[in-house]
Design a protein around this ligand. Structure first.
Ligand code: GLV
Length: 331
């Protein structure tokens, strides 16, 4: 059996595969790591994946019919090294009896931490503060310098509250915030004590929130969910944070809203066309920008490697994997 790991995971997956395969009674597992798979030409990649039983994939690799065709009928599992799986055509995998897996648990808390890093950094003007402090032009304490807005006691809107959104909401307890959320289904664990959140429509939530944190998955329905109209519905003092996927926010519309002051600031970790960032956003002082690092801790990414190994071995051993996914509605 051949497993192809198409990225440089944190923590070598090979010894983990060896141990897990041994425990599952799988003999002769060959694990090949191709750290630069996304840089290969389509033809090179196609020839490397041919005949593989399992692929471990980065979120930057498109797993579509073409790749599945190249892999061939032996392929049984694609384990995405991520919680999001919008890079994978899950319906195409399902048609070919290929199980798709992801790894939610280790991604939840670090991503919520980074959402709060961006939220606090944006509302307290950290980008401008950093550049002033290191510019040599700081003239000293000034009572009116770089005034932000108060977050304590304000309203937080979590857009698309799942695991990560819930962890974002939980952190707001320290800021004594009213929590609103949007989700496809009600979340009793958010509505009960101590968070006491209220489910709302996007329109209403946007008009009430001081902080809007986007954690929804990218699907055809959520592409440009935060568009010019949504931004216009927000308070001028409010902050937008996106830690989900770039295309959920219309970047051109956001750049305009930030430039004309129709919202106060934004904190972004993800972009519509990574690694490109919309040119109009790059120089805006009220845009706090990070390079898709929300889950980037040694511990969590190492745990993710372990989950990918576990997912692959479960499927190859004929067991139900702990973290399989199905095609989102609308795909
Ligand atoms: C990161 O963006 C992930 O989906 O895990």
């Amino acid at each position: 059996m051949r497993v192809l790991v198409l990225l440089d995971c944190v923590g070598d997956p090979r010894p983990r595969f060896e141990t897990a395969a041994g425990e599952a009674g799988i003999d002769g597992l060959r694990v090949e790591v191709i750290p630069n798979a996304t840089e290969l030409s389509g033809d090179e990649l196609a020839s490397r994946v041919a005949g593989a039983e399992a692929l471990v994939t980065p979120l930057t690799l498109k797993v579509d019919d073409r790749l599945l065709e190249a892999a061939g009928p032996a392929l049984r599992v694609v384990a995405n090294y991520a919680v999001g799986f919008d890079n994978i055509d899950v319906a195409a995998c399902t048609r070919r009896n290929v199980t798709v897996c992801n790894g939610p648990p280790p991604m939840t808390e670090p991503t919520a931490d980074l959402a709060w890093t961006l939220l606090l950094g944006a509302i307290r003007r950290v980008r401008e503060g950093l550049s002033l402090a290191t510019s040599g032009n700081w003239a000293g304490y000034d009572a009116g310098l770089l005034l932000g807005h108060r977050l304590v006691g304000g309203t937080l809107l979590v857009v698309g509250a799942g695991r990560i959104g819930s962890a974002v909401a939980r952190r707001s307890l320290g800021w004594d915030m009213r929590v609103l959320y949007t989700a496809r289904s009600a979340k009793p664990h958010l509505e009960s004590d101590p968070i006491g959140a209220t489910r709302t429509s996007l329109e209403e939530g946007l008009s009430l929130a001081d902080a809007v944190v986007v954690t929804t998955a990218l699907t055809p329905e959520t592409r440009h969910l935060i568009d010019a109209a949504a931004l216009a519905a927000m308070k001028r003092t409010a902050v937008l944070v996106n830690v989900s996927r770039g295309p959920v926010v219309d970047e051109a519309a956001l750049a305009e809203a930030l430039a004309d002051g129709s919202i106060f600031a934004a904190g972004l970790d993800v972009y519509e066309h990574e690694p490109r960032i919309h040119a109009d956003l790059v120089d805006l002082p009220n845009a706090l920008l990070l390079p898709h690092i929300a889950s980037a801790t040694v511990e969590d990414r190492t745990d993710l490697t372990g989950i990918c190994v576990e997912n692959v071995i479960s499927v190859l051993a004929g067991r139900e994997p702990r973290f399989s996914v199905s095609a989102p509605p609308g795909t």
